[in-house]
Design a protein around this ligand. Sequence first.
Ligand SMILES: Cc1cc2nc3c(=O)[nH]c(=O)nc-3n(C[C@H](O)[C@H](O)[C@H](O)COP(=O)(O)OP(=O)(O)OC[C@H]3O[C@@H](n4cnc5c(N)ncnc54)[C@H](O)[C@@H]3O)c2cc1C
Length: 501
Amino acid sequence: MESFWLLNRKNIQNQLNENVKTQVCIIGGGITGIATALYLSEAGYKVTILEKESLGGKVTGHTTGKITAQHGLIYHYLCDKYGIEFARKYYEANTKAISDIEYYINKYNIECDFEHKDNYIYTLDKEEILKIEEEEKALKHMGIKTETTKKVNLPFKIELAIKLDNQAQFNSIKYIDGITNILLKNGVKIYTNTECKGIEKQDYGYICRTNDRKVEAEYVVIATQYPFINIPGFYFSKMYQSSSYLIAVRTKKELPEGMFINIQAPIFSLRTAITNQGERILIVCGMDHKTGEKVDENSTYKVLENKVKEWYDDAEILCKWSARDCITLDKIPYIGDFSKTMPNVYVATGFNKWGMTSSHVAGKIISDKIQEKNNEYEEIFKATRLHPIENSGEFKNMVTDSFKSLVKDRIKKHTRNIDGINNDTAAIVEINGQKVGIYKDINGKIYGVKPVCTHLGCILKWNNADKTWDCHCHGSRFSYTGENINNPAQKNLTVIDIDKI
Ligand SMILES: Cc1cc2nc3c(=O)[nH]c(=O)nc-3n(C[C@H](O)[C@H](O)[C@H](O)COP(=O)(O)OP(=O)(O)OC[C@H]3O[C@@H](n4cnc5c(N)ncnc54)[C@H](O)[C@@H]3O)c2cc1C
């Protein structure tokens, strides 16, 4: 299940095998780490990037890749909750990010299929028309040109959509590769297959440790999507992860002009993209759910496929993949100081599935902070703010979920036995009083793991769409062989040989 963006992609292979001194160490080489390195290296800073796997290979390589300041129906919410000035700044910061992306693409002739497109948020439900009208009112009140329309060339009828002109889309991985070439020219040191295991304070700056090497830096930027340090910061108590599924589709029928997303679940987000052969295809993303919920092929990829075949009877599925992103409790990313107790360590996370612009908002804010320059948007994204916790509804849900996975699921008796598990699926069974996560592959071969998340000890749930063990508490994921594939967990699961227990 390979993402369309990562097909035939060649990675930089350059593992850290020496100790390094640098001004800024950026941990994580997705779009956030790359954008931050771009702003800083253009300003003349000495920057080092440590990337655990490959540049852009995680969420950035699995995104939908719409570049827009229209992050769902956010502006009515922001005006209502924080006031018009706040909402305007959020809009401006993200719109500036679109201009910055375009500026660097043009400045360095980066071929990444960047195209301006209008963005639409639509509804199929008469009852949601009011929400769209309220959003229009909020945007107009903020002085932003927008309009509602029923006329969109989607292959299905909508009730109403709100349009924001002149947004954009691109191929996220071609963009990462293009910017990486600039970073290398700017002298940025980039190490892949290099996992940072911890950050230690020293008299002057910090040491970022890998297994056997260290990077000494004055400033550290945690751009790992989900921060890999639990304490301080406590980001695990301020956000959760949400998964979505994507398919790339070929059809000879006319494709919609623009980028589209609906308001409420089930989500169907659409855009077009261009293959290396110059063919225009469709990308559809949706079926969002909190990471760690029990799902299978029929509740995820199959729903998307069936929908697309309803729209285009000649639809051919070219690839399918899934991804997840961090969702904050107040819908605003966390950007800036990581914790009041770790000066000069910065974080950028919680992009709520709108990281193409948020990454550049983050890169600019963090690079301005390091340069001790004023940034007018810094305050609204402040990572150490407390008001997300005040959003007690979401916070209560998170606490309840964590309690269930940490306590109730731990004492729950698992009555199924191994013979009762069908091939190509999995379940938790109890063998001699010990919980074991068993996956049987298509030939019946058994893979056993300890189904306890190595992050904070929650009991894992089986995801039969992707064949992974997922954590409902904070969204860590593991392959059926126990390999850790998603933050915040850092360690693999313990593999269990069922013949030995
Ligand atoms: C399904 C889906 C669709 C989306 N669609 C859109 C969209 O249309 N438009 C939009 O704006 N946004 C979208 N987003 C959001 C956007 O893709 C993400 O917010 C963005 O890609 C996050 O980038 P990042 O660099 O923060 O994270 P990542 O791309 O995940 O990069 C983090 C990097 O850190 C590395 N790392 C982790 N731990 C360590 C460590 N200890 N040491 C070293 N390296 C480490 C990882 O290997 C990874 O490469 C979507 C998200 C999802 C899930």
